[in-house]
Design a protein around this ligand. Structure first.
Ligand code: ADP
Length: 614
């Protein structure tokens, strides 16, 4: 065999054969590679082969059977297939990588698309918003393509010049409808905008006279010119807006301003003529200002503003200070007194100036929460008026005093006459004497009133306090009104027994005055309610009528000396305007309070409060 197939033997097959022949163990090999000399050429062949020992009955190996099937073709094919497969899988991998890259690119592209879409949408929305804003603001747009001499202006722009939307109007027409007074200025602005020095900016206000409606409009135009590299304007565009209303408002504001200035001047003149002093307190920042005239009146140091609201108080009569502070506090309390402040008081003498009387009128301004923010007002020197008042009061005092003694004598004589007539049974003389006595009693009552006024002015009303029961006082008033009032229904509400320490006659005088006024100032047959109720440490007495009432503007003054509300009733209802003044003096001397609530045409409720006795 090695002679015939030496090439195979060299490849180890011979040794293998020997091994099977000696060891007696089968050998199999598949697709075994072999170099064979075929047709004079060494070729690679593949075989499935086996060596199988041939063993006789004695167990002796006597031969080897060799079977071989050539598998070259199959093996090569399988090898090729494997190679192709490997290539294919490499290709596959490559393909996968390419695919992934494609996918990534695709995604990028997709997101770019999305970005572009959202940008587009944003742009469209912005454009829409701009258009909307322009429409809302009723802004017109215009655009001049200077190079090609093309002009476009929108409907709104046309409208602003008084053309209707669908009119086809060349832009050059606008000049014809411009107000002749404004045209040169606009022209100049356009020319300037078209020179590079202006950077192209254009900004004008002018009037137009509506082409079709003849209406005068104020327009605001702004725009920009664009220049080429040679500095030549090639495009000019912008917007136009109707500012007529704004101009009218400006005009109205200007007029109002002028009026205000005029009023201010009038005020200053009036202030100077009346020699008014002004005060202005900033209650938030606590800056207190008094003007020069005010400071001059008070003898205050010359200083623009003070950080202490009390700076002025030390110049005032100490007796008046508590009253003034209470009035300031009341004015600055929200919901009370409407912020109004109106008070008269004395200024202490200083460096040769005598004591002076002033009237201060002011007002507190509140913010929307009811916090007082500013307190402003003026003071007027009323010393002379006070002196005249005093002279009047003095005169009334003297005259009343002088009238009293002859009247007392007259009354005595009338009493004697009455007695005499009764004795003589002379009814006629008795009647006349009785009537004459009633009249002289009335006169005596009036004179007492005048004397009281004179005394009150001097602070000389005598108060003789002793404890008494308020129920008794009301009872006395009830008895008196039952005897004297027939024209009205006076209802007395049940009263508790409450002790007060006061001058009973004087308090009765106040109550009777309220009731008599209720009778005087309300129609016949209407009801008058009288009540007395304890509230905390006070007793509050009220007289409520269904009469003519008092207007809000008069309310603060009805307790002033000689004050009578103006009106028709003045002619028919007699009075001097001293009753309520005396009431106030009496109640205040008792450390009490009094007031009135009233609605015109519905009635008034006069009340006073006196502290209850401990
Ligand atoms: P007189 O009644 O003498 O005029 P008073 O001092 O008593 O003076 O009253 C002052 C003013 O107040 C009156 O003139 C009147 O205008 C007004 N007045 C007083 N009481 C009432 C009332 N009950 N109803 C309406 N007005 C009144």
């Amino acid at each position: 065999l090695s002679d015939v197939l030496p090439d195979i033997c060299e490849q180890g097959f011979f040794a293998l054969l020997n091994q099977v022949y000696t060891a007696g163990k089968e050998y199999h090999n598949a697709d075994c590679k072999t170099q064979l000399m075929v047709d004079g050429q060494l070729q690679t062949k593949y075989f499935d082969f086996s060596f199988k020992p041939l063993i006789d009955a004695q167990g002796t190996i006597y031969g080897v059977v060799n079977t071989a099937v050539e598998t070259t073709e199959r093996t090569l094919f399988a090898q090729q297939l494997q190679q192709v497969n490997q290539e294919l899988s490499a290709l596959n991998e490559e393909f996968q990588a390419a695919n992934e890259e494609l996918l990534a690119t695709n995604e990028e592209l997709h997101s770019m698309h999305n970005q572009r879409d959202s940008l587009h949408r944003g742009l469209a929305a912005r454009e829409e918003r701009l258009r909307f804003a322009m429409n809302a603001a009723r802004v017109g747009t215009w655009d001049l393509d200077i190079q090609n001499n093309l002009v476009s202006w929108d409907d709104r722009c046309k409208e602003l010049y008084g053309f209707s939307k669908n009119d086809i109007v060349p832009y050059a027409e606008v000049l014809r409808y411009m107000h002749p007074d404004d045209a040169p200025e606009v022209n100049e602005a356009v020319q300037y905008a078209l020179t590079p020095a202006s950077d192209g900016f254009y900004d004008v206000e002018f009037r137009t006279i509506g082409a079709e409606d003849g209406k005068l409009r104020w327009l605001y135009c702004s725009g920009k010119a664009f220049f080429d590299e040679h500095g030549k304007a090639y495009r000019f565009s912008g917007i136009a807006q109707d500012i007529t209303e704004q101009k009218q408002q400006e005009e109205a504001l200007h007029l109002a301003h002028l009026k205000l200035k005029e009023k201010e001047e009038q005020l200053t003149t009036a202030k100077e003529a009346a020699q008014l002093g002004l005060f202005d307190w900033d209650l938030v920042n606590k800056v207190y200002k008094w003007d020069a005239r005010f400071r001059q009146l008070y003898g205050m140091p010359e200083q623009d503003s003070f950080d202490d609201s009390q700076a002025a108080f030390k110049h005032l009569h100490p007796d008046d200070v508590p009253r003034i502070k209470a009035a300031v506090l009341l004015s600055q309390t929200y919901g009370k007194s409407d912020g109004v402040y109106d008070i008269e008081y004395r200024i202490l003498p200083f460096s040769g100036n005598p004591e002076r009387w002033v009237r201060a009128i002011g007002k507190t301004l509140f913010d929307s929460d009811g916090t007082p923010v500013r307190f402003i007002g003026s003071v007027l020197d009323i010393t002379e008026q006070k002196r005249q008042d005093q002279r009047r009061i003095d005169f009334i005092g003297i005259v009343s005093h002088e009238l009293r003694s002859p009247l007392t004598s007259l009354n005595g004589y009338l009493q004697m006459l009455q007695l005499h007539a009764a004795k003589k049974d002379d009814q006629f003389t008795g009647n006349i004497a009785a009537k004459a006595r009633r009249q002289s009693d009335r006169m005596a009552g009036m004179i007492t009133g005048f004397l009281d006024v004179a005394r009150a002015g001097e602070g000389k009303i005598q108060i003789q306090s002793k404890p008494f029961d308020i129920a008794e006082l009301i009872k006395a008033a009830e008895e008196e009104s039952l005897a004297t009032i027939t024209s009205h229904k006076v209802i007395y509400h049940p009263v508790e027994h409450v002790m007060i320490n006061a001058d009973q006659d004087k308090i009765e005088q106040v109550l009777i005055n309220f009731i008599n006024n209720a009778v005087k100032y309300s129609p016949q047959a209407t009801t008058i309610n009288v009540s007395a109720v304890q509230q905390d440490q006070h007793i509050r007495v009220c007289v409520k009528d269904e009469g003519m009432g008092i207007a809000a503007k008069d309310l603060p003054y009805v307790f002033d000396r000689f004050y009578r509300v103006d009106g028709e009733h003045l002619k028919t209802v007699k009075g001097f305007g001293i009753g309520l003044y005396l009431c106030r003096e009496i109640i205040e001397r008792h450390g009490g309070r009094l007031g009135v609530d009233s609605v015109v045409g519905e009635g008034s409720n006069f009340w006073f409060e006196i502290p209850v006795a401990n």
